[in-house]
Design a protein around this ligand. Sequence first.
Ligand SMILES: *[C@@H]1O[C@H](CO)[C@@H](O)[C@H](O)[C@H]1NC(C)=O
Ligand SMILES: *[C@@H]1O[C@H](CO)[C@@H](O)[C@H](O)[C@H]1NC(C)=O
Ligand SMILES: *[C@@H]1O[C@H](CO)[C@@H](O)[C@H](O)[C@H]1NC(C)=O
Ligand SMILES: *[C@@H]1O[C@H](CO)[C@@H](O)[C@H](O)[C@H]1NC(C)=O
Length: 373
Amino acid sequence: MEIQGNETAEALILNVALILGVTGLVGKALARTLAAKSGWKVYGVARRADELQIPGSNYQFISCDLLDPTQTTEKLSLLHDITHVYWITWATQFPLDTPECCEQNKTMMSNTLNAILPKAKSLKHVSLQTGAKHYISLTGPFNRNLVCYYEDSPRVTQGHNFYYTLEDLLIKRLEGKVTWSVQRPGLIFGSSNRTCFNFMGGLCVYASVCRYLNLPFLFRGSKECWEEIYIDGSDARLVAEQHIWASTTDKGQAFNCTNGPSFIWKEIWPKIAVKFRVEVTEDLFSPDLNFSDFMADKGSIWEEIVEKEGLFETKMEDLANWGFMDGLLRFKTKMLLSRDKANLLGFKSTYQTLDSILYWIDCMREERFIPQS
Ligand SMILES: *[C@@H]1O[C@H](CO)[C@@H](O)[C@H](O)[C@H]1NC(C)=O
Ligand SMILES: *[C@@H]1O[C@H](CO)[C@@H](O)[C@H](O)[C@H]1NC(C)=O
Ligand SMILES: *[C@@H]1O[C@H](CO)[C@@H](O)[C@H](O)[C@H]1NC(C)=O
Ligand SMILES: *[C@@H]1O[C@H](CO)[C@@H](O)[C@H](O)[C@H]1NC(C)=O
């Protein structure tokens, strides 16, 4: 029997997703996962055009600057068929935890909701992504103990956390008519050349440079971060799955969103070294020279590697953020999330963090962001 592919696909669309921030780590993974599901159509929004390699005709990219209210209304109010919204974006112009940062992020979300709420009459759910920083202040005080945070742990009163601003705005604007959920991942592993806090990008560039220069693959963080469990990993695929799970089965709740089993850098760093075929010395822990200082003069070496290996053209800074790497691997407090709540309500997917990292190294190789071997 002959089936008319396009017409069949059209007829079966039950859900229409709008992903704000589609070029980021989770945005890309979510767009790919949803576009591959039957019954879904996906609009992906980002400021700058991008060619996500998403097969099929049920994905459409929309370039839009959400800070510009006129443009946002023009482009997003046309999308009358949206059923699910995924908010995975933020503006990074101002430092974290400042009033300006809260204000600007609020403006972005406000512009977007103003454009879509009056027109998208079938909207069922908005899933907001924030993060583990929900539970701590970047300005301290810091707690060295193993503290596990719970979803209903009280908000932190120091600083200005824009996550709270977004949650409050969202809940207020939906007026109980559309359901919502919040996903709070830990350290996200994924592949993107458009992400400000991109751990995999930094790790891969650093390892490629070590290999190219025949230097040992040293861990340039603090002793505590090397030896102790102190942060949870969140595979971008897992975060995407949880967004879909929460937005299609649940309402009005926040969830932590982590791989599951904890990890220690000291245990997995040598295995990552093997994957990159970099020199593994007896002691890989070396706190003296941090990533920012070590990499400061390596920009031209990266460009040499890109040219020699025929990689997708990037500057080192497109993939790596050394201040973030240093901040992360010398973080003064533990950021461990309990995922009991999602588990209990039926979200069972888990990943091993080492596997996540190895998987995303392969993806970055496939996308030709880093050398094949
Ligand atoms: C990021 O990579 C994609 C291809 O995967 C490309 O289309 C885009 O132009 C790149 N962006 C930057 C800023 O390099
Ligand atoms: C919005 O929040 C992000 C996420 O931390 C932050 O980096 C950025 O500075 C904020 N953007 C604005 C425009 O305030
Ligand atoms: C997330 O984990 C933290 C730390 O264990 C916990 O305090 C918080 O309640 C959890 N949040 C949710 C929404 O489960
Ligand atoms: C890196 O180390 C140098 C020298 O100790 C220090 O001045 C700089 O602030 C550090 N950078 C980061 C991002 O930690």
